[in-house]
Design a protein around this ligand. Structure first.
Ligand code: NAD
Length: 360
């Protein structure tokens, strides 16, 4: 059984790193990587070869592999080049693009979308969304610090006392909690909003203040995800966010509702009244952003406030992000491959959720 590792066209990361070798060997899998696959993550072809992973052309990887892995989905033309019945593992975000599932049935391959793995304790070791969100939350704070003309910790100097930075986090999910932890380590005073009641305790355990907006719609039964809030709730939330934003120096915005546009929490009016020199990092940019002015994959300045729209900051940590991605994939493969044979057992809840198209 051959596993193919593709070079990403738009990311620095690579889906499988040479550290995978031992586990692949134990499953009876041989691997081949596209030449240059790891170069933007600090991994040379030689490094793969030293670990028993062959190097091939993109064409070879696509046509000769039984299991193919990439972070971003490849083109239709490249899916056509895959072996009939091959297993293709990538991230298709079908909850954002409902037509994709029927489209994928045209290629005679089995398609696994890792973003459909349940957010359960059992599947935690395969949860790529969490691995990447955690890195993004960390990097968001470092990015904000880099654009900020002040420092985070309180400091007493002979020239005067420097007050601590006030940082606000919108959405205390995986990315938000990591942002809180990072900002606290740097000495900021942190407060956070979330609509899920479970988030309160997590925020407080990290030493931040939880800001509660009364009357959030209950999220029980949504698989751990947040649910859409009423217009009336969001209007009240925006007013409270504005009140807090005017006193903040930095906002890390991560609030999302799966399958929907991100909630608008920072209005134009809020930005127009914020302190010049403040920084907003909007990790919800790819689903519309939490801030009215956010432009996806752009850094702009409005009223002296720097607004960074980027949902994929994990890619800027390509070394560690590739290793975590690789580990998540290997953990998934362990429930699929045994003694060099792959079985997509639909009675397994994780496989059933992640297998979005089956070869006929
Ligand atoms: P996400 O990226 O979908 O959203 C980020 C955060 O925004 C969430 O915490 C959400 O509640 C919050 N949010 C939505 N609307 C908001 C609003 N109007 N105001 C403020 N906040 C708002 O979330 P995620 O980080 O992918 O996590 C989703 C859920 O899955 C969380 O409950 C998380 O704890 C859970 N989870 C569980 C596991 C596990 O058990 N294995 C692993 C990872 C995540």
């Amino acid at each position: 059984m051959v596993l193919g590792i593709l070079k990403e066209q738009n990311f620095k990361r690579v889906a499988i790193t040479p550290t995978a070798t031992k586990k692949l060997g134990a499953m009876g899998i041989d691997a081949v990587a596209e030449s240059g696959a790891g170069e933007n993550a600090g991994i040379k072809d030689q490094n793969y070869q030293d670990n028993g992973i062959k190097i091939g052309t993109r064409q070879q990887v696509l046509a000769e592999s039984d299991i193919i892995i990439s972070i971003a989905p490849v083109s239709d033309g490249e899916m056509k080049m895959m072996k009939n019945g091959a297993i293709y593992i990538s991230m298709f975000a079908p909850y954002q693009n409902q037509d994709i599932v029927s489209h994928l049935s045209n290629f005679g391959i089995n398609v696994v979308s890792m973003d459909m793995i349940p957010r359960s304790t059992l599947a935690q070791s395969m949860d790529i969304l969490s691995s990447m969100a955690s890195l993004s939350g960390y990097k968001a704070v470092l990015k904000a610090a880099d654009h900020f003309n002040n420092m985070f910790p309180m400091m007493m100097t002979a020239a005067g006392t420097i007050p601590p930075t006030k940082l606000m986090v919108l959405g205390a999910g995986v990315a938000g909690l990591q942002a809180i932890a990072t900002a606290k380590r740097l000495g900021a005073v942190v407060e956070a909003f979330d609509t899920r009641s479970a988030a309160k305790e997590e925020v407080m355990s990290l030493g931040a203040t939880f800001v509660e907006v009364e009357g959030a719609t209950d999220d029980r039964g949504a698989g751990g995800y947040a649910v859409q809030q009423s217009d009336e709730f969001l209007a009240r939330q925006r007013a409270l966010v504005q009140e807090k934003a005017l006193k903040s120096n930095i906002i890390i915005a991560t609030a999302q509702v799966r399958g929907r546009k991100a909630p608008l929490l920072i209005t134009e009016d809020t930005i127009n009244h914020m302190k010049p020199g403040s920084v907003i990092v909007d990790l919800a940019a790819s689903t519309g952003g939490n801030c009215a002015y956010t432009e996806n994959n752009k850094t702009i300045t409005k009223n002296g406030v720097v607004i960074i729209g980027n949902s994929d900051l994990a890619d800027e940590l390509s070394g560690v992000a590739s290793n975590l991605f690789s580990n998540n994939i290997l953990n998934f493969l362990q429930i699929v491959v045994k003694d060099g044979l792959a079985t997509l057992n639909l009675e397994n809840e994780i496989i059933q959720s992640a297998l979005i198209s089956k070869a006929h």
